[in-house]
Design a protein around this ligand. Sequence first.
Ligand SMILES: [Fe+2]
Length: 309
Amino acid sequence: MGHDKTLTKAAEQVEAVLQGETRPPCVKAFFDEPTFTASYVVHDPATKVAAIIDSVLDFDHAAGRTTFASADMIIDYVVAEGLSVTWLLETHAHADHLSAAPYLKDKLGGTLAIGREIAHVQNVFGKIFNEGSAFARDGSQFDRLFEDGDRFAIGGIEAIALHVPGHTPADLAYVIGDAVFTGDTLFMPDYGTARADFPGGDSRQLFRSIRQLMTLPDRTRLFHCHDYKAAGRDAFVWESTVGAQRVGNVHVHEGVNEDDFVAMRDARDATLPMPKLILPSIQVNMRGGRLPEPEANGTRYLKLPLNVL
Ligand SMILES: [Fe+2]
C-alpha cells in the first residue's frame, strides 16, 4: 500500500484503541543508563503474546567484553509475566549500543525483524569495514524484513510497520495498538530530535518522517529509544504523546518549517562527536546482532577503520 494509506491505516488502528473498540498493549520499559537506551517489552494482556523492541547487549569497550545483565532482566520479566515472545523488533541498526536480539531469540524464541532498507545500511558499512563476500548485504541475517505498511500482530493486537527514514535510511516506527515505538525518529519534547548525519542519514527526510508521525491522533502513546535528560530535568523519561510533541517539541513543534529545522539539525550535527560505540555497534548490528565469525584461533575480532568516519 502507498505511504499515505499506511498512515491512514495506522491512525485508524490507534483510534480503535482510543474509542475502546480494541484493547491497548501493555508496555514495560527497560532503561540502560550506560547507553541511554530504552528497550521495551510490549504484550497483549489477553493472550500474553509479546514483542521485545531494541534490546541492549552490555559491552565493556575497554575490555572488549560482552555480557548479558540487561538482556537477562528482560528475560526475567518475560518469564515472571508468563509471556511468550513472538517478535524481536529493531527500529534500526543502532550506532550507540549492541543489540541482544540473537541472545534473546536463543533463550525466548521469536522472529527477528528490521526494515528492508537495512540492505542499504549493510552496503554502506560493508564497504567501510571492507567486509568480504561472506557478509551478505541483503538483510538475510534477519528473519523478516518489513516494508512500509506491512501489518503483523502481537497476539490479538494489530501492528503496522511505518518507514520513517532520516536518522538512518532504514528506520521504522512500529505502531502497535495505540502505542508507537519511534526509535530515534523523535525524542522527548524537551530534548527534541536525533542526529541525522550518519552515512545515509538525511535531516530533511527526518523532518518529513516526524511530521507524518504527527498526523496520528493526539493521544497516541509514543515510546522513544533514548533519553538524555534535557537541561533542567532530573529524571530519565521515554514516553510522550503525539499531542505533546506537536505542541512542545523544542526542535520540531508545529510552526517550525522544514528549512529551519534542516538548518538547525545540520548545524548541530556538525558539532557532535561520533557516538562512543558506533564502530562496535554497527559491526555487530548490521549482522543482526551477531558477532563477527571467529578467526583461526577461535577469537572473534572487531575492526577499527582509521580516519574513515
Ligand atoms: Fe540510533
